[in-house]
Design a protein around this ligand. Structure first.
Ligand SMILES: *Cc1c(COP(=O)(O)O)cnc(C)c1O
Length: 440
């Protein structure tokens, strides 16, 4: 029986093998469980005892937001696809046959949005540097090979394609010298973001191998760690065998004169309730690191201003700094989770208006799109026309940062590519990027 483990045991993942048993606990009938398992042949599923026992409110499942955060839903994919896969599962078809069908469905889900694979891979001379993304001058993202999984998967994950089928881990690297060499050649880089997957899935000796060589790079101001471990496995910083040595590594980064910026993904205030999270946060802050928080806005999970303001307030009390509210990306089951931009802006504004200035470090709603991070600043009327006001928080072309631009109001638009320019025949980023053939 997998369901009775205390949250404080050693980490063990629950995978699709355990799915049926867990779905029974949510009270789903035979047909419904089959349909959910059909979805799980396409999209990744993974959770663990802490999420199952400490975070999910099973009396409210399957409507519970944390349940919806980790468990696939039968209607996340087109009905015809789900029916075809469910038939194959029911007939106990060979796995290879199921995979062929699942791959076909995945290919239709825009698995690599925002030009991730082609546009952001840097080069040394003519050599591509795999596992590195360099989109904005100051920051490089590094995807360590051993960091390409998570303690649990979010149903809305925009990197879902990394975790399923014949996942193409050319995206990831274990070539530390190459990463360091690249940064040395690019003095404009002041920040390295180690991400995945989840950087904190790596044990301390492994993550140390990636971080220590960065400490001698004078140009670096910050080392960032992208992670949802505080929400999904806070034991990583309290009782796990390498908790103490991990915090010592953080101290070492701070002692080297750099900001260890712990970029924590929190989706819902419930994730902050456990006393384990409180002590994990305390220990991370005691190392001298800072914690900044971010999450996407997701329909049926956190699309409510009170959820966001509650989350930011709790984070502030605990010493964390609200950073980004993201718009769900145009990949995977986006139709299922998307909140229209007009509604996203209202949710952000209502939440933002109800918290103290100390929480207003947060920016959003922000779309991480091909030309950069686009913030929806509002909906207003100019010269009789209803428009979205937008600006770039970050841009591939830094000259665009901080300059307002406008799009025609559309109550159903849910992504940058749904928008049309207002008062102009093209968006500023379209003009700025035409030479490099970038299209949104
Ligand atoms: C958000 C992001 C960054 C970091 O941007 P900041 O505004 O410095 O937080 C870097 N690279 C990519 C691809 C990003 O999406």
């Amino acid at each position: 029986m997998i369901l009775n483990q205390a949250g404080t045991r050693r980490f063990r993942a629950y995978t699709s093998k355990h799915l049926d048993e867990l779905l029974q606990r949510a009270g789903l009938g035979d047909e419904e469980r089959l349909r959910v398992r059909a979805v799980a042949t396409v999209l990744p599923f993974r959770t663990n005892a802490y999420v199952v026992e400490e975070l999910i409110d099973w009396s409210a499942a399957p409507d519970d937001p944390i349940y919806r955060l980790v468990f696939p839903q039968a209607d996340m994919l087109p009905e015809t696809d789900v029916a075809r896969l469910a038939d194959l599962l029911k007939a106990e078809a060979p796995n290879a046959e199921i995979q062929v069908e699942a791959n076909r469905v995945r290919a239709r889900l825009n698995p690599h949005p925002a030009g991730q694979k082609e546009l952001n891979v840097p080069r040394i001379g003519d050599e591509p540097v795999p596992g590195l993304q360099h989109k904005y001058p100051e920051t490089v993202l590094f995807f360590p090979k051993q960091g390409q999984t998570c303690h649990a998967y979010c149903t809305y994950c925009f990197r879902w394609a990394q975790f399923v089928g014949d996942a193409d881990l050319k995206f990831a690297s274990d070539d530390i010298d190459q990463m360091v060499g690249y940064i040395r050649r690019h003095p404009e880089v002041t920040s390295v973001l180690i991400t995945g997957g989840d950087a904190m899935i790596m044990g301390e000796p492994v993550i140390r191998r990636y971080i220590e060589p960065l400490l001698g790079l004078e140009q670096l101001e910050s080392v960032r760690i992208g992670t949802k471990a505080l929400a999904y496995w806070p034991q990583r910083f309290t009782t796990d065998p390498d908790a103490d040595s991990t915090l010592e590594l953080f101290e070492q980064v701070v002692a080297a004169g750099k900001n260890l910026a712990f970029m924590a993904h929190f989706t819902h205030p419930r994730e902050l309730d456990s006393p384990l999270v409180e002590s994990a946060v305390r220990r991370i802050l005691d190392s001298g690191a800072t914690i900044r928080t971010q999450a996407p806005l997701i329909r049926s999970i956190n699309d409510d201003p009170a959820v966001w303001s509650g989350m930011w307030r709790r984070q502030l009390r605990m010493g964390m700094i609200p950073y980004y509210m993201f718009v769900e990306r145009d990949t995977g089951p986006q139709d299922y989770f998307a909140v229209p931009l007009a509604r996203a802006y209202e949710i952000f504004r209502d939440a933002y208006a109800s918290v103290s200035g100390l929480c207003r470090t947060v920016r959003g709603p922000s779309m991480s799109a091909t030309p950069g991070k686009v913030c929806v600043d509002g909906v207003t009327e100019i010269a009789g026309e209803q428009v979205f006001m937008l600006h770039f928080i970050q841009a591939r072309d830094p000259s665009l940062v901080g300059r307002p631009f406008f799009a025609k109001y559309d109550p159903t638009a849910a992504w940058l590519s749904d928008l049309r320019p207002a008062f102009a025949d093209r968006f500023p980023f379209e003009a700025a990027v035409e030479d490099s053939l970038l299209l949104v």
